[in-house]
Design a protein around this ligand. Structure first.
Ligand SMILES: *Cc1c(COP(=O)(O)O)cnc(C)c1O
Length: 387
């Protein structure tokens, strides 16, 4: 039976997919093949490897694991999440159009508007929480639809299968940034997406020690295009980084389980706190598109944003600077909890007017709940909010 059999459970796949004992020694852990080139017995006579930009055994193992986790056949590992986004955009030509969510990761939006827009690619930024907004701007020049769900930092939820249905019979490809949900909670390929993208820097790596990106697909044609670009451009993940992410994903199932337990406990505690105003967490029954999240996700993850009753900048800054276990830092998805102030940190590059439109107020605080004991995280937040 193949290790990647469809019925295999997620954590079993996370431990076993893509990895085989090393053929030369039996080493159970995939070796870190720190090599640029491979000796050939005769010209063109080699063991499948010629040069490490094109392929490397440590990267191959990771790419196979990544594909299996998303229910795809093909995985590609890039030097960063944005390098992975860039590879997808490089498949486009001037005159092509893209429909993208209006609440994207800041770096993705910056790449779209400062690099690809001047090259002649047209972007329509729409609220993808309602798939009708995608249909409204879809036309015969549309080649790509880019969706993030849940979004950063407002945890907005898009119905992936509804967007896929809106594109039925149309040549545009649907790409989903699945960084926040992780393949443990949501598999966009199964909902009809053509490409899944991850910042493996976050939950896949899971230990805040590596920057990496990934693309997964079921489609051999899409894979061939992206693989050619990966080799032509060369933004590949190095063997040491591939080893770290391969190690990270073995515990993805149990880590995400704890992230979800902590996320739920903290979201519910915050919602009941008299000094807290809004709590953004897709698990609440009255959260917009909650029923979509309940159907398309296995659980609601460890990302939460909230605002305070005292909506002054100084009050939210004080909370961010008063926690002990929640480290004040950008990024997310590691075993340790992080707290940050989107308007002043991760989303400072988003124009104030657009921040206001989206609801990224000066009072908004974002949490990445780690895997510590939830009681400790709650008492940490309690002392910071009451300070
Ligand atoms: C971090 C992040 C990215 C960018 O990935 P890098 O690894 O930082 O290049 C893209 N999308 C989301 C949702 C992210 O959180």
């Amino acid at each position: 039976m193949s290790k990647e059999s469809k019925t295999t459970g997620f954590s079993t796949l996370a431990v076993h997919a893509g990895v085989e004992p090393d053929p030369s020694t039996g080493a159970i852990m995939t070796p870190i093949y720190m090599t640029s080139t491979y000796v050939q017995e005769g010209i063109g006579k080699h063991k499948g490897y010629e040069y490490s930009r094109s392929s490397n055994p440590t990267r191959d193992a990771l790419e196979a694991a990544l594909a299996a986790l998303e229910g795809g056949q093909h995985g590609l590992a890039f030097s960063s999440g944005l390098a992975a986004v860039d590879a997808v955009l490089m498949t486009l030509k001037p005159g092509d159009e893209v429909i993208a969510g209006d609440d994207l990761y800041g770096g993705t939006r910056r790449l779209f508007t400062t690099h690809y827009e001047p090259l002649g690619i047209r972007f329509h930024f729409v609220d993808t929480q309602n798939a009708d907004n995608v249909t409204a701007v879809l036309n015969d020049r549309t080649r790509l639809v880019w969706v993030e769900t849940p979004t950063n930092p407002l945890l907005r939820v898009t119905d992936i299968s509804a967007v896929a249905r809106a594109l039925q019979g149309h040549p545009a490809r649907l790409a989903v940034d699945n960084t926040f949900a992780t393949p443990a909670l949501q598999n966009p390929l199964k909902e009809g997406a053509d490409i899944v993208m991850h910042s493996a820097t976050k939950y896949l790596g899971g230990h805040s020690d590596v920057v990496m990106g990934a693309l997964m697909t079921k489609d051999a044609q899409v894979d061939a295009e992206l693989r050619t670009l990966q080799n032509n451009v060369g933004a590949v993940a190095g063997p040491m980084d591939c080893f770290l992410v391969l190690r990270g994903i073995k515990t993805l199932g149990i880590r995400v389980r704890q992230h979800c337990i902590n996320g739920r406990a903290i979201a519910e505690w915050l919602a009941a706190h008299p000094k807290v105003d809004k709590v953004y967490w897709p698990g609440f029954a009255d959260f917009p598109n909650h029923e979509v999240a309940a159907r398309q996700m296995n659980d609601y993850g460890g990302m939460i944003s909230f605002t305070l009753q005292d909506n002054s900048l100084s009050a939210s800054k004080k909370v961010c600077e008063s926690t002990q276990f929640f480290a004040l830092a950008e990024s997310l998805g590691g075993v340790e909890s992080l707290i940050e102030h989107p308007a002043l940190m991760t989303h400072a590059s988003v124009p104030a007017e657009q921040r206001a439109q989206l609801g990224i107020t000066d009072s908004l605080i974002r949490l990445s709940c780690g895997i510590e004991d939830p009681e400790d995280l709650i008492s940490d937040l309690a002392q910071a909010i009451d300070a």
